[in-house]
Ligand binder design. Structure first.
Ligand code: FES
Length: 374
């Protein structure tokens, strides 16, 4: 691949470094690929440093360390230090499991800017059930330690049918923990969440009720705690501008070095995603087939092609179009203008039927034994 002088290609701004697919938790809504066990290789420290340097050189400013669980990497402080030297704003996206006070101090000294801790529910029983691992008490302690060491306390709770009834308690828990930011992220149905959708998707009534409670709380704690309620797109009639447009802003590097235009792109057929071991970030971003696949508007079919909203939503999410219609060129079926919009209602109906069924279906937890089935 040669370098590019295409003026229409803007540089990446956000780099998501998925350091490892290893994770001590087993959340059934994880967005990692179902078959992640097929990719056990991980980039070495020097490879990651080169990736960070090259992306920064192109203009990336925000860096997320995620996974799996990024804390499983022993070289995390070294990578954080490198990111600080390069001038990134760095964010650790963690389950908190395995984080200790000594590690927080070490990461702070290395220059980490931000820590986001996830909690699965407001009670130990449900948290530990969803996480598939006993972790509630430790997460509570970690949240307090993050605050103690001068970080803004950013709590993330993924919302789904198993915990949506706890909305009032989740809000109270976040306030009691002194959270500065609470992200209530309605599950996005990719990866493991898609496989478990019938068991995780709440009803519209549940969504509306939960949103009402969250909005009221937002007013109550205004100035003290910021609440972000991430709207579930199955109950919208226009799609999200996924990734802010393909190949415009976001660059994800998977643990084995595969560069992805979005975190789920590994599931799309025929993209030939390049590996950072073979190409520079500039070559990948500017020239690779994968990053140019859905850039701009030429790839669009109707109704997106002639739609007057295409510059706002870019046809929605390519992965959602593929997962739900079998064709990644289709309009995101969330859009009411899509001829496939009915598949959204079918998914909602199927989830409702599962919820009402007498026989309980088990969740598929995200672990390597289950991953080998895919
Ligand atoms: Fe892949 Fe939306 S998650 S394009």
């Amino acid at each position: 691949m040669a370098g590019s002088n295409n003026p229409n290609i803007t540089p990446p701004r956000w780099l998501l470094a998925e350091l490892s697919y290893k994770c001590p938790l087993q959340c059934p809504y994880c967005s990692n690929p179902l078959d992640y066990a097929k990719y056990p290789d991980e980039l070495g420290t020097e490879d990651w440093k080169r990736v960070l340097s090259q992306a920064r050189q192109m203009g990336a400013v925000q860096l997320g360390f995620s996974g799996g669980e990024p804390l499983t990497r022993r070289d995390l402080p070294e990578l954080v230090r490198h990111a600080r030297d390069l001038g990134y704003y760095s964010n650790l996206i963690t389950s908190g499991y395995g984080l200790t006070e000594a590690k927080i101090v070490e990461l702070k000294q290395a220059g980490l800017d931000h820590i986001q801790v996830s909690i699965q529910a407001s009670t130990q029983e449900l948290n530990d059930h969803i996480a598939g691992t006993e972790s509630y008490q430790h997460k509570q302690e970690v949240a307090k330690l993050v605050k103690k060491h001068g970080y803004p306390m950013v709590l993330c709770v993924v919302i789904h049918r198993e915990n949506i009834h706890q909305m009032p308690e989740i809000l109270a828990m976040a306030e009691a923990l002194g959270a500065d930011y609470l992200e209530l992220a309605n599950t996005q149905y990719y990866g493991w969440a898609h496989a478990n959708r019938d068991l995780l998707l709440p009803t519209q009534e549940q969504f509306e009720e939960a949103e009402k409670i969250a909005q009221a709380y937002k007013e109550k704690v205004a100035g003290k705690m910021k609440i972000y309620y991430v709207i579930p797109d199955y109950y919208e009639d226009r799609p999200k501008a996924c990734m802010n447009g393909w190949g415009t802003t976001f660059l994800t590097i998977a643990p084995d070095g595969v560069a992805l235009p979005c975190h789920s792109a590994r599931e799309l057929p025929g993209l030939d995603c390049p590996n950072v071991k073979d190409y520079s970030i500039a070559e990948i971003w500017n020239e690779s087939k994968a990053f140019n696949f859905f850039r701009g508007y030429d790839w669009m079919k109707e109704p997106c092609r002639s739609c007057d909203e295409k510059e706002k939503d870019f046809g929605g999410c390519r992965c959602q179009a593929y997962l739900m219609t079998g064709d990644m060129y289709n309009a995101d079926p969330v859009c009411s203008k899509s001829p496939h919009h009915h598949v959204i209602q079918e998914a909602i109906d199927s989830a409702k039927e599962t919820a009402l069924a007498a026989e309980e279906k088990p969740l598929i937890f995200r672990n390597s034994k289950n991953s080998k089935r895919f």
